[in-house]
Design a protein around this ligand. Structure first.
Ligand SMILES: *Cc1c(COP(=O)(O)O)cnc(C)c1O
Length: 426
């Protein structure tokens, strides 16, 4: 299947019905699965046979959708999670434990910033945030002997920083640790991080992948490229026997599937952030049209960005599709087809002007969401980044007046007309 091109994979991959089975991916709305003998089910618990037994660990609907995303990214194994937050948590926690350390770009999504900076810290995993625009030499200073991963976003939400993949891959690999990339914003339609050195990719499928704002979900994909065995002392969880499964060693038994198998059989078993099969079904419907929607989001966003860029009431704008944008060259290099539909900008007059402008919008509605079919808008300093102080906001690339504008797939002129009337109000 993976010989097909991406738009074909989006429609055809994942669920492959056998004779007489439903053409459309069925929702396996069942917590449990039946076996004929005690021995058969026993072998599943030993990881000796693969098969379904309880939906907290695996479900056929979920696995079909994970397989599709795996092929879209060009990976070897993937799993769905209940949310993007769970995906990023599992991606890191699968290879880190108390006493370990990660290095993370400071411009990551606010939820990831809190996860790594606050919650994982309480679990004994330390994080150093780095400015993704720093040169390699400066970034190197954050790496420690106990660093186990480097984490970043391909396009940062909402700072819209385009990652210098080559630099970050070098940073991670010269210290023998994997590069984990949250690829939510460009999606594999516009960027496939494995081609640029990423080892693990995560997604909040809640965004463009679902695309209709119907289902919260996440996904982790493994490229299969990172050699855990070569750095066995750093990753004992993958390379040493797991006593909770009668002493199997994941890298020995599962080869390139070791990382995802461990995340499923340990983290899903113990933490249980499985995606519901109903949500996986909705996600799959979204994936079928993802390439069409992403193209339209990007062409609409380009028009909106050009309109705003030329407007006298706009103080600044971030959109990597604009020549002159700080990240234009990186975007051309890593995502030449387009970046995403999200733009951020400031209206002249700072925080108060931003609030007045946003309250005047009609078509673009204020929601906490981003990256779905309907144009929507959010004020990060008042909303997603509300917990941050001004210094942290600056580090995250979020100024107090910044507006995050998620361009939908409506007619672009209607979106521009709405902006025009709201800008008249400030
Ligand atoms: C939204 C988002 C998340 C969190 O995902 P949820 O599905 O909301 O848990 C993580 N990373 C990025 C880049 C996001 O935009």
């Amino acid at each position: 299947m993976s010989d097909y091109r991406l738009d074909t994979i989006c429609v055809q991959s994942g669920w492959r019905p056998k004779k007489g089975e439903p053409r459309v991916l069925p929702i396996y709305q069942s917590t449990t699965f039946k076996y004929d003998t005690v021995e058969q089910m026993g072998r599943l618990f030993d990881l000796e046979d693969s098969g379904y037994f309880y939906t907290r660990l695996q479900n056929p609907t979920n696995d079909a959708v994970a397989q599709k995303i795996c092929e879209m990214e060009g990976g070897v194994a993937a799993m769905l999670t209940s949310s993007g937050q769970a995906a990023n948590f599992y991606a890191v926690f699968n290879i880190c434990e108390a006493g370990d350390h990660v290095v993370c770009s400071s411009t990551v999504y606010g939820g990831t910033f809190n996860l790594l900076g606050v919650t994982l810290k309480k679990m004994g995993i330390d994080c150093t945030f780095v400015n993704p625009d720093d040169d390699l030499e400066t970034l190197e200073q954050a790496m420690r002997p106990n660093t186990k991963a480097v984490v970043a976003e391909s396009i940062a939400n909402p700072a819209l920083v385009v990652l210098d993949f080559e630099k970050f891959a070098k940073l991670a690999h010269s210290h023998d640790v994997p590069l984990i990339i949250d690829n939510t914003f460009p999606t594999p339609v516009n960027c496939r991080p494995f081609e640029y050195g990423a080892d693990i990719v995560t997604h909040s499928t809640t965004k463009y992948m679902d695309g209709h704002a119907m289902a919260v979900g996440g996904c982790i994909v493994d490229s299969g490229n990172f050699n855990w065995e070569a750095h066995a002392e750093k990753y004992p969880g993958l390379t040493q026997p797991d006593e909770s499964y009668h002493g199997i060693t994941y890298t020995k038994k599962f080869g390139k599937a070791a990382y995802i198998t461990k995340a499923t059989s340990q983290l899903m078993r113990d933490l249980g952030s499985i995606q519901s099969p109903m949500n996986a079904f909705l996600l799959n419907v979204g994936l079928e049209t993802l390439p069409l929607r992403v193209e339209k989001h990007c062409s609409n966003a380009q028009k909106v960005a050009e309109y705003l860029n030329a407007h006298e009431k706009i103080a600044s704008i971030n959109y990597a599709g604009l020549p002159g944008d700080k990240y234009y060259d990186l975007a051309q290099k890593y995502m030449p087809q387009g970046t995403c539909g999200v733009i951020s900008f400031e209206v002249k007059g700072g925080r108060e002007a931003a609030v007045r402008f946003m309250d005047s919008l009609k078509l673009a509605q204020i929601v906490t969401h981003v990256a779905d079919a309907r144009t929507c808008v959010l004020h990060p300093a008042s909303h997603t980044h509300r917990q941050m102080n001004d210094e942290q906001l600056a580090e995250a690339g979020v100024s107090p007046g910044l507006i995050r504008f998620s361009v939908g797939i409506e007619n672009p002129q209607d979106i521009i007309d709405d902006l025009e009337q709201a800008l008249k109000a400030v």
